[in-house]
Design a protein around this ligand. Structure first.
Ligand code: AMP
Length: 449
């Protein structure tokens, strides 16, 4: 595909320190949408919204970099819906997301903002029935929110489905979408949509993948950097703790016990670890539930919904849950494993302290992870404080943790080890968790000690 030359930073948006807070009206948002914002409790625009909306309404292409949880979805959804109001049509905007859960969340936000004006959206993500999605497409939605692979499937297989009328393309978590693993699908999608359109790229971390941006054919985009590339919000309290590898589980249990009943996300590197840890924690009476790419989509969503509804308060997850998910109740993020890609750290910890709330992030670092952590610390730009814990207090849990791990290993062995069918054991565990926990009395702190 031939593209025009792109100059990414030729027109930086102004970023004065002490800008006056503007209202949605002053940004040019129409009354109908201001009412919709109001009903969501959005009284004033966030920084990224204040920076992006006027430029978007002027018809510019945008590259938006802002901290996680800073209102990026609204920054692109509001101008798109406003433009849809001016010229209503089906298949008006396409929003791409790297993860299924984020795609669903984005569609929910479009529908919430556009409910009074009947904005219809369709979500096309993998792992769920393709036929149902084709039926949704048959209803001619205004907004299509998709993960790239499934969208490509529909473009090839769903009769009559075309994106030739699309006026807006949004790449949310754009740096992830511009990665090599999405390259082929993205190429196909770009070939299937008109060149004449507005394009918005949003993310909390953005690398200068100019060549790829050229492919995405932005036209003299305005780059809005609401915050520095790797900053975290000031309401986020970040800590680290060096721990010996053999006692990491004990530290995890200690922290979760200290933060009893806190809504927490625990990030691990592998799908297996999500399963091990959640089984172990449940053996210790914690209300933990796993989510990973090894589970079926229905179970992934089931786990997420149970976590959102507060039925369980600890979500054990891989990086499948690190991007974009907005669960306001999350107060604590624990990096049980340090991410090997430093950027993931910023996305993970961004699951808490969202939209002005406070939150805590604790990274457990063993002797093998030091280098990755130092890399992260370099990007943060300063040394984090240590999470205070007396080792003897932590090791108080050792016996019970060892026993819980033994039971977990036994259970996994009985269930056929790791070589389970996709979505098998994990899913059953998710279901069993509820039966088991409902029967149990409350999870108080003293009981776990
Ligand atoms: P996002 O970064 O788009 O995932 O948004 C993070 C959270 O901020 C979501 O819960 C939004 O509902 C909320 N939010 C977005 N814009 C505003 C606003 N202008 N005022 C208050 N909350 C907002």
């Amino acid at each position: 595909m031939e593209e025009e030359e792109v100059v990414v930073e030729e027109e930086e948006a102004e970023n004065e320190e002490e800008e006056e807070v503007q209202s949605f009206k002053e940004l040019g948002i129409v009354d109908q949408l201001i009412e919709a914002c109001d009903s969501l409790g959005w009284k004033l625009p966030t920084k990224i919204q204040a920076d992006a909306i006027p430029l978007a309404l002027q018809g510019k292409d945008l590259i938006g970099v802002a901290q996680t949880g800073s209102g990026k979805t609204g920054a692109f959804a509001l101008p798109i819906i406003q433009s849809l109001l001016d010229a209503p049509q089906a298949f008006f905007a396409l929003v791409l997301s790297p993860t299924r859960e984020l795609a669903i969340q984005i569609a929910e936000q479009f529908e919430a903002l556009g409910s009074s004006i009947g904005v219809k959206s369709a979500v096309l993500v993998g792992g769920v029935d393709q036929l149902q999605q084709s039926i949704q497409l048959g209803k001619r939605p205004h907004i299509v929110v998709a993960t790239p692979g499934r969208l490509v499937d529909h473009l090839s297989n769903t009769k009559g489905f075309s994106l030739r009328t699309i006026k807006y393309l949004v790449l949310d978590e754009a740096d992830r979408l511009l990665n090599v693993d999405f390259e082929k699908s993205l190429d196909e999608i770009l070939n299937a949509i008109p060149r004449e359109r507005r394009t918005y790229l949003f993310s909390a971390t953005m690398t200068k993948k100019v060549k790829k941006l050229q492919r995405a054919c932005l036209r003299n985009p305005v780059k809005i950097e609401a915050d520095s590339k790797y900053s975290t919000v000031i309401t986020l309290n970040q800590k680290y703790r060096f721990v010996p590898a053999k006692h990491k589980d004990c530290y995890l249990v200690y922290i979760l016990n200290e933060k009893s009943e806190t809504t927490s996300m625990v990030f691990t590197r592998t799908c297996e670890a999500t399963r091990h840890l959640s089984l172990m924690l449940r053996n210790l009476n914690f209300r933990a539930i796993p989510i990973s790419g090894q589970m079926t989509q229905a179970k992934r969503l089931g786990a997420l919904n149970k976590f959102k509804a507060g039925e369980c308060n600890i979500l054990i997850c891989t990086d499948v849950a690190s991007r974009g998910l907005d669960i306001p109740s999350v107060e604590l993020v624990i990096n049980y494993d340090i991410p090997t890609n430093s950027k993931d750290y910023f996305h993970r910890v961004g699951r808490t302290a969202r939209a002005g709330r406070t939150g805590v992030a604790i990274s457990l670092i063993n002797q093998y992870e030091l280098e990755w952590y130092l890399q992260i610390e370099k990007l943060i730009g300063y040394k984090l404080p240590e999470y205070p814990a007396q080792e003897e207090e932590v090791l108080f849990f050792l016996e019970r943790v060892t026993e819980a791990k033994r039971l977990t290993a036994m259970k996994i062995k009985e269930g056929g080890g790791h070589k389970r069918r996709r979505g098998g054991e994990d899913d059953e565990e998710v279901e069993k968790f509820h039966g088991k926990n409902n029967k149990r009395s409350s999870n108080n702190k003293s009981k776990r000690r």
